[in-house]
Design a protein around this ligand. Structure first.
Ligand code: ZN
Length: 139
């Protein structure tokens, strides 16, 4: 399945001029053509796509189990598609509010730390573990 959309009309329509690439759900949209795209940016965004998939599947299974056990509406399953974004924003807010981090909150978000780790490693997704972003909560 296609994961990266080069020369994307969507990226061109929604991104500010200084931004080139965005990950929405499991797909990466970039203004760049395939030849002009920076591999480090594509690696970074593809990690976010996998993080989204990991959290969507995990939360979907939990919500589905909860639906079977507690009998609440199946509409709650739709929440799994946005869990990554909710988690991301919640973590960013906590890091922004707390004085624990000395660097800026954006760079301290665990999802960003894993994505930066992958920027220079073209085989990162093949060689890393699922939910690898969790290890950044220990540090
Ligand atoms: Zn990022």
């Amino acid at each position: 399945m296609k994961k990266v959309f080069y020369d994307s009309w969507l990226a061109k329509a929604i991104l500010f001029p200084s931004y080139s690439t965005i990950t929405l759900f499991a797909w990466v949209f970039t203004k760049w053509s395939k030849t002009e795209a920076r591999q480090s940016t594509i690696n970074h965004e593809c990690v976010h796509a996998r993080q989204w998939i990991e959290l969507t599947v995990a939360s979907g299974l939990l919500l589905w189990a909860g639906e079977l056990i507690f009998g609440y509406s199946a509409w709650w399953l739709a929440l799994s598609a946005v869990i990554f974004y909710l988690w991301y924003v919640l973590e960013w807010c906590i890091r922004l509010i707390s004085n624990i981090c000395k660097r800026d909150a954006y760079h301290m978000v665990s999802f960003e730390r894993e994505a930066r780790l992958a920027e220079r490693d073209n085989n990162y997704l093949e060689n890393s573990h699922y939910f690898a972003w969790l290890k950044f909560y220990k540090k």
